[in-house]
Design a protein around this ligand. Structure first.
Ligand code: SF4
Length: 171
């Protein structure tokens, strides 16, 4: 739904200044199909105002500056850094990455920041952005929250949570 709504949002407010100047109710109306649209509209307006006031209307390229923007947490900041700037300072840990890292035995943590801390030493910077995209795709197509389709998973011979019994080489 977010992907369906954002083209209209960007068309209506093509610059941070336009979004900062827009009435809150109008932003709410533009994104009302997404969950928590009132909170999100408030964050969007606040974020645009902060970009204009603190960063000359440009998106900053450091984690520290990004997480200071309204509505932006570590996950969003890592997405913007990785996809927007090609800077792989951290690893994006969303619900898919958290679940699959746990199932693969890459972490025993539940808190996203702790999961990220466990993943960082395992992933060289050049692999971090693509790792997240691959895991999210895998989490939507194969290893879903509801069902892990281990029989069709290419990692089923490596994964400690696999439901597939791999025959031993020794036979
Ligand atoms: S083997 Fe099963 S639990 Fe492990 S990653 Fe694949 S689908 Fe998920």
């Amino acid at each position: 739904m977010v992907n369906r709504v954002t083209p209209g949002l960007f068309a209506r407010y093509p610059t941070p200044q336009a979004l900062a100047d827009a009435p809150l109710e109008e932003i709410e109306e533009t994104i009302r199909q997404v969950n928590f649209f009132r909170n999100k509209a408030k964050s969007l307006k606040g974020m645009a105002q902060a970009l204009v006031e603190r960063h000359g209307g440009e998106v900053p390229n450091t984690l520290e500056e990004l997480v200071e923007l309204p509505g932006v947490g570590r996950k969003t900041a890592n997405v913007v850094l990785g996809v927007g700037f090609g800077i792989a300072e951290g690893v994006v840990v969303d619900t898919h990455v958290k679940r699959i890292a746990y199932r693969l035995g890459l972490t025993r943590e539940e808190d996203p920041e702790r999961v990220e801390r466990d993943l960082l030493p395992l992933l060289p910077p050049e692999s971090r952005v693509v790792f997240t995209h691959r895991v999210i795709d895998h989490g939507r197509a194969v290893c879903t929250a509801r069902t892990a389709r281990c029989d069709r998973c290419p990692l089923n011979d490596l994964c400690p949570s696999s439901a597939v019994v791999v025959p031993s080489v020794a036979g």
